[in-house]
Design a protein around this ligand. Structure first.
Ligand code: F6P
Length: 323
């Protein structure tokens, strides 16, 4: 295999650039030609493809975002869109692909490879950490650190004013950012999509805190929680405790940007290197992940159908540590 295409797709995540760098440099090391595909599957459809040199990836290991840009392509969800994409790959003589992204990226991959045959290896790049077959995804560590820094600041002002804060973090379908940032910041409650929210229980815990005169109460809610986001939770709290001073803060997209942590840079470098070697070895239609600190390959199908369940001990931990 001589010509490899690489793309980033779906929501960007800090460390994607480090992964691109590792793929390009490993490929060039093995005398391969690497073709960057801009804006994910959409760029593949439109033929937005260019040959990459090692200098294209100089000075990017520390940068957030993705130099290849990213997109969520509706057209790629159609047979016709995927046909156009395949024609572009053939036109550019691309014989293998490295796909960096999350759940949507691997769903796209499964549909594409049901229709066409082209060797591909995936790399998990999403802040949500909601993929099976890997202990970590590129960008998760950085996103949690960003959330932790913000929540610590919120705690300072919350304490100064004796306020209750509801902080909304990202995670449309997954509560990993909420869970980990919440534990790291000593949150009083954490509401996540994986668990049905018992709002009465949340209110009772506030009531107990009030009686015990706990001055700060921070609730972390993942954006995809079944009860709603920070605003809905705030409204219910204010309804029950009109005397409480309640504020919300939605952290939003700041969690997706910024310089990747050392952990994300190392993870991205290892997975980028592993993905190219897997392509060369013919180990394809798999995602390269990390399990118990070893590189582990999972078929695309299992990545999207498998589960990345929340450890129930973590939920218990919050209840115990927030007394
Ligand atoms: O990349 C994952 C994610 O950040 C989710 O946590 C979030 O729900 C979604 O992307 C937001 O997407 P967008 O940037 O399109 O608003």
């Amino acid at each position: 295999m001589k010509n490899i295409g690489i793309l980033t797709s779906g929501g960007d995540s800090p460390g994607m650039n480090a992964a691109i760098r590792a793929v390009v440099r490993t490929g060039v090391y093995h005398d391969m030609d690497i073709f960057g595909i801009r804006r994910g599957y959409q760029g593949m459809i439109e033929g937005d493809i260019f040959k990459m040199q090692t200098t294209d990836v100089a000075n990017i290991i520390q940068r957030g975002g993705t130099i290849l840009k990213t997109a969520r392509s509706k057209e790629f969800m159609t047979d016709e869109g995927r046909r156009k994409a395949y024609d572009q790959l053939t036109k550019h003589n691309i014989e293998g692909l490295v796909l960096i992204g999350g759940d949507g990226t691997f769903r796209g991959a499964v549909a594409f490879f049901e229709q066409f045959t082209i060797p591909a290896v995936g790399i998990p790049g999403t802040i949500d950490k909601d993929l099976a077959g890997t202990d970590f995804t590129i960008g998760f560590d950085t996103a949690v650190n960003t959330a932790v820094e913000a929540i610590d600041k919120i705690r300072d002002t919350a304490e100064a004013h004796d306020r209750l804060f509801v902080v909304e973090v990202m995670g449309r379908d997954a509560g990993y950012i909420a869970l980990n940032s919440g534990i790291a910041c000593g949150a009083e409650d954490i509401l996540i999509p994986e668990q049905i929210t018992d709002i009465e229980d949340v209110l009772n815990r506030i009531d107990n805190d009030e009686r015990r005169k706990k001055t700060v109460h921070i609730i972390i809610v993942a954006e995809g929680d079944d009860y709603g986001g920070a605003k809905e939770v705030q409204a219910r709290i204010t309804e029950r405790f009109p005397m409480l001073d309640v504020r919300t803060c939605v952290l939003g997209h700041i969690q997706r940007g910024g310089s990747p942590s050392y952990a994300d840079r190392v993870l991205a470098s290892r997975l980028g290197y592993a993905a190219v070697n897997a392509l060369r070895a013919g180990n394809t239609q798999v995602m390269a992940g990390i399990v118990n600190d070893n590189i582990f390959f999972t078929p695309f199908d299992n990545v999207i159908k498998g589960e990345a369940p929340i450890n129930p001990d973590m939920l218990e931990l919050i209840r115990v540590l927030s007394i």
